[in-house]
Design a protein around this ligand. Structure first.
Ligand code: SAM
Length: 213
């Protein structure tokens, strides 16, 4: 069976779940806030979105980090719109991960998430529509020109397949300090192939061009 059909992070919210063991990734998400804000300012200033904004988080996994990313994006769009005297758009948030991802745990936390949004931002805010898009981000996931913002944290390093030519990688199951140079090259080559494909797919899916704000 293909790797993309079976790989998944540990589901649920128990002691061994991804949700309870992803502090490092949470730190990366928090550290990226200034970069996200900067990108969002560019998108808002050039009028790329109007009444609604469609956001995709690719490799979202499940658990607290998933909705933390969504909250951060909503907060930033809200802030940038207020700074620019713009009406806050409606939000369409598409959460993507592989087919085996525990989307059910995300769905179960949505009622609280929606209630908190209303509480913190007011009844008239949004609304925000969250949906799941299972599949590999190395394939097409969305219609042409449908996304305003694509977000991805600590998931692009997952390759689509094992690199070729790792026979002399000793007892390592990854690229390690002791790996010979050809192993580094094999990982680099696979990443280059995968990331080029990722960008090609997204280039079809993002909204092109600028409108007047
Ligand atoms: C380390 S987790 C990061 C999850 C989340 N973004 C975070 O910051 O906590 C990497 C995620 O990428 C997903 N992933 C890996 N390869 C993928 C692919 N080709 N398409 C979609 N998701 C993928 C994995 O299933 C996993 O949930």
């Amino acid at each position: 069976m293909a790797l993309v059909n079976i790989l998944h992070m540990n589901p649920g919210d128990g002691e061994l779940s991804y949700s309870k063991n992803s502090l490092l990734q949470e730190t990366a998400i928090r550290n990226a806030i200034p970069i996200l804000k900067n990108s969002m300012k560019g998108i808002a200033n050039y009028g790329v979105f109007k009444d609604y904004i469609t956001v995709a988080d690719l490799g979202c996994s499940s658990g607290t980090n998933t909705l933390l990313v969504v909250s951060n994006i909503i907060d930033i769009v809200h802030e940038v719109c207020q700074e620019n005297n713009r009406e806050v758009p409606q939000f369409q948030v598409c959460l993507n991960d592989l087919f085996g991802n525990d989307f059910n745990t995300i769905f179960k936390s949505l009622p609280d998430f929606y209630a908190n949004l209303k509480k913190n931002k007011g009844e008239a805010f949004g609304p925000c529509f969250v949906s799941a898009v299972p599949g590999s981000f190395y394939d097409r996931l969305f219609p042409n020109k449908s996304l305003h913002l694509v977000h991805c944290t600590t998931s692009n390093q997952w390759l689509s397949q094992m690199p070729q030519g790792l026979e002399n990688n000793g007892s390592n199951i990854y690229v390690a300090k002791t790996s010979p140079p050809n192993v580094y090259q094999a990982y680099g080559k696979q990443f280059h192939t995968d990331f080029t494909k990722f960008l090609r797919m997204r280039s079809e899916e993002v909204v092109h061009g600028f409108n007047n704000p």
